[in-house]
Design a binder for this molecule. Structure first.
Ligand code: ATP
Ligand code: SF4
Ligand code: MG
Length: 347
């Protein structure tokens, strides 16, 4: 069976901002000619998602998770430069490369076959529109349907996401609902047209821990009920471990490790993934001792090392790490890592 989503060699870059003339004057170079530079925000990213599968995409802030999601949805700002292929296979059809579709074809897929829950749920809802109308609007956009039928579909979707008294709450405005209920509305809006793929960008980050757990349970339930595949984005490995079948770890715009959840959590190969796992507290963690952290900071986009981006922070670095971006190599069946040093130790 072909993958539902197959991302191949995705690169995303942004033009560097023109330097501030005041800063140039202060540096004693008022008329300096500055070469145009592009900032590589995502480099050579490949992964796939099978129908009904949940892929967790993890990485620190700025690692490129949201822009990857936006590239799939074709919602990046116009200045972004994108290359690579993003194949999506709609029920029973041949795979189509999303970046090559015309705008109409893309509009038809977006919000119906592929839906997204955005990282800022509170700003994604219209404050002056009843939540039921907002969900019904998503139905009308993709179906020839009467207003009253669309409203009924909205109420059904609110029942699907377990909003109590859905008929009454559909008439509420966003500010009348709690953060957890608003997130359920966002999910209802995303699933109302029965997508095959749901991209959930940090869907629980803004919520407190108990509500977070309820939303994760809800997503897991919807996934089983509707056979929904998901790209589940989070900076939090502990959250990803609760829902993902496979996990992709990003660092500074490149995929450093990809594998089954068990591989990633029990036999991590890449030094960055290992460092991340040591930084996650669990019930056995001694709360009196500080958590282990990864020394150093993520490189800035305009100072990206030519080789492995993790090299300045890595205790295993070797000269070969600095030459070029290391290749992603299969270290065990279905388990990939981008680290020649670790690979040579494993073989
Ligand atoms: N419109 C833009 N112009 C220039 N650079 C951008 C733009 N949008 C994103 N970037 C840069 O691309 C990189 C990746 O950003 P992205 O939002 O995907 O990170 P993220 O992994 O989602 O982080 P977070 O966990 O904070 O949400 C960052 O360095 C960011 O500054
Ligand atoms: S490629 Fe080299 S620097 Fe990068 S993680 Fe592996 S050992 Fe460390
Ligand atoms: Mg983000």
């Amino acid at each position: 069976m072909p993958a539902l989503l197959d991302v191949r060699h995705l690169n995303i870059s942004f033009p560097a901002q023109a330097p501030n003339p005041a800063a140039l004057r202060a540096a004693g170079q008022p008329g300096a000619a500055v070469p145009t530079q592009t900032l590589p925000a995502v480099r050579d990213l490949s992964f796939s998602i099978a129908p009904g599968e949940v892929l967790g995409l993890v990485g620190e802030s700025g690692s490129g998770k949201s822009i990857t999601a936006l590239a799939i949805m074709r919602l990046l700002p116009p200045q972004a430069r994108v290359s690579g292929e993003i194949f999506f296979t709609q029920n029973g059809n041949a795979p189509r490369d999303l970046p090559t579709l015309d705008d109409d074809a893309m509009r038809q897929l977006r919000g119906s076959r592929i839906a997204m829950i955005f990282q800022e749920p509170m700003t994604a809802l219209n404050p002056v529109m009843r939540v039921g109308d907002q969900i019904a609007e998503a139905v009308v956009a993709h179906n020839s349907i009467s207003k009253s039928d669309a409203w009924q579909r909205a109420v059904d979707a609110m029942n699907d996401v377990a909003i109590p008294e859905a008929v009454r709450r559909a008439r509420d405005y966003p500010h009348q609902l709690s953060g957890g209920m608003r997130q359920r509305i966002m999910i209802a809006m995303a699933i109302v047209n029965r997508p095959q793929l749901l991209i959930a960008d940090e869907p629980t980050t803004a919520l407190d821990v108990t509500i977070q757990a309820q939303i994760l349970d809800l997503l897991a339930e919807l996934r089983t009920k509707f056979g929904l595949a998901m790209l589940f984005i989070s900076h939090d490995l502990a959250v990803v471990s609760q829902i993902a079948d496979r996990v992709a770890v990003m660092y500074s715009g490149s995929l450093v490790e990809l594998g089954e959840r068990r591989d990633i959590f029990q036999a991590p190969a890449h030094p960055y993934t290992r460092g991340l796992l040591h930084a996650v507290p669990d019930l056995k963690t001694d709360r009196a001792r500080p958590l282990q952290t990864i020394e150093g900071t993520v490189p800035a986009l305009h100072h990206m090392p030519p080789g492995c981006a993790f090299e300045p922070r890595c205790e295993f670095r070797a000269p070969e790490c600095m030459r070029a971006l290391p290749a992603l190599v299969e270290v065990a069946a279905g388990h990939w890592a981008r680290c020649p040093v670790v690979n040579s130790q494993a073989s």
